[in-house]
Design a protein around this ligand. Structure first.
Ligand SMILES: Cc1ncc(COP(=O)(O)O)c(C=O)c1O
Length: 407
């Protein structure tokens, strides 16, 4: 690389990544092939539109590429192309979620999503996000005692509020989600819901998509109408996102004509929110999807969950309060404040970083502090499992976290 300033910064970041224990639950370490695809000549190409329907010339290669990425995405999650459509163009998770709402929820309509301090994401209708400005969030949370989702109160609220869409998914909820129960809740919203036949059920599987691919976490596809996911978390691909949608789902337009969710979502992505797709990114997504379909990836996903469980168990043994008492996924939420240790999330995260352990501060259910200095930290096992760490290594990691925070 001729640009020595940037070369130096890339080298420095590579070194930093190698030096630390990375427990950021939303990060991972991609393969060299993913990096190669990202850095390829595909970045030179403009291709507004979709395969076979572009606004620029010269698309014979990129049409094949985008179609291949779509085929691999459907295949990875065992979906029939007769029943499901996938859009592989969203630039990242937030625009993917925004595209779904833009397509399916009238402006001002209700989005039922998990509140931020209970583990939801900003794009599930939080007021600081565009999703909470253009639409109205109906928040749901966890049971304050068990810190797991209380499906009965979820149903009561949904039936009373009749949201147009219910988002099941999270950014900081460690347990499995019962997608069947979410379906029942969505259906219970009744024929007088704004979309006519109960609420739309959208699952945002950004965090656990890799675990679903590796059969280490329940799949939402049997129950959801729409599934969004980032590609760069447990799925171990480039920064990008996918939107899966059932082909048979339709919505009446203003003239009373049924239009498929798939068409509405494609139009919301382009031209609704984006211009030309990032084809280098789509190539890297396709590479990651193929990698995630291998037996080695299945083993990886199972190991991710085993490692997170060890981390939660060992920290519990050392007297740390783990939100909800444990984990079923790749992430663990540690209550560093209310659990009796009296360390704010910011201080905990800063102290760990000085010791070479990278985590993020995080709100916890029943939060009494602020999002910039909350009551906990979130840790995850995806990146360090990619680097080959097993249970015994995560025991050591727990020991080190305890040592640093107890000093
Ligand atoms: C559940 C969930 N959805 C959406 C997003 C947004 O993804 P991005 O940061 O790629 O916009 C995140 C990111 O953390 C997430 O956790």
């Amino acid at each position: 690389m001729k640009d020595t300033q940037i070369k130096k910064l890339i080298e420095s970041e590579k070194k930093r990544q190698k030096k630390v224990i990375n427990l950021i639950a939303s990060e991972n370490v991609v393969s060299k092939d993913v990096l190669k695809a990202l850095g390829s000549e595909l970045t030179n190409k403009y291709a507004e539109g979709y395969p076979g329907k572009r606004y620029y010339g010269g698309n014979e290669v990129v049409d094949e590429l985008e179609s291949l990425a779509q085929t691999r995405a459907l295949r990875l999650f065992g979906l029939s192309p007769d029943l499901w459509h996938v859009n592989v163009q969203p630039l990242s998770g937030s625009p993917a979620n925004l595209a779904v709402y833009l397509a399916l929820v009238p402006i001002g309509g209700k989005i039922m999503g998990m509140s931020l301090d209970n583990g939801g994401h900003l794009t599930h209708g939080h007021k600081v996000s565009m999703t909470g400005k253009a639409w109205v969030q109906v928040p749901f949370g966890v049971d304050p005692k068990t810190e797991v989702i209380d499906y009965d109160s979820l149903k009561q609220k949904a039936v009373a509020e009749k949201p147009a869409i219910i988002v099941a998914g999270f950014t900081a909820y460690p347990r499995t989600v019962d997608f069947k129960k979410f379906r029942e809740v969505a259906d219970a919203c009744g024929p007088d819901s704004p979309v006519g036949t109960g609420a739309i059920l959208m699952v945002d599987m950004s965090h656990f998509a890799g675990l679903v691919a590796g059969k280490a976490y329940p799949s939402p596809f049997e129950y959801a109408d729409v599934v969004t996911t980032t590609v760069h978390k447990t799925l171990r691909g480039p920064r990008s996102a996918l939107i899966f949608v059932r082909k048979d789902k339709t919505k009446l337009n203003t003239k009373g004509v049924p239009v498929s969710f798939a068409d509405l979502i494609d139009k919301a992505v382009f031209p609704g929110l984006q211009g030309g797709p990032h084809l280098n990114q789509i190539a890297a997504v396709a590479v990651a999807l193929k990698e995630a379909s291998t037996p080695a990836f299945k083993k990886y996903a199972q190991q991710v969950v085993k490692n997170a469980k060890v981390l939660a168990d060992e920290l519990t043994k050392k007297g740390w309060r783990i939100v909800s008492g444990g984990t079923d996924s790749h992430l663990v939420l540690i209550d560093t404040w209310m659990g009796g240790k009296g360390i704010g999330g910011k201080e905990a995260s800063d102290r760990l970083e000085k010791a070479g352990i990278i985590v993020n501060k995080n709100t916890i259910p029943g939060e009494t502090r602020t999002p910039v200095d909350p009551s906990g930290i979130r840790v995850g096992s995806a990146a360090e499992t990619t680097r080959g760490k097993k249970e015994k290594d995560f025991r050591k990691v727990a020991e080190n976290i305890d040592k640093v925070l107890s000093a």
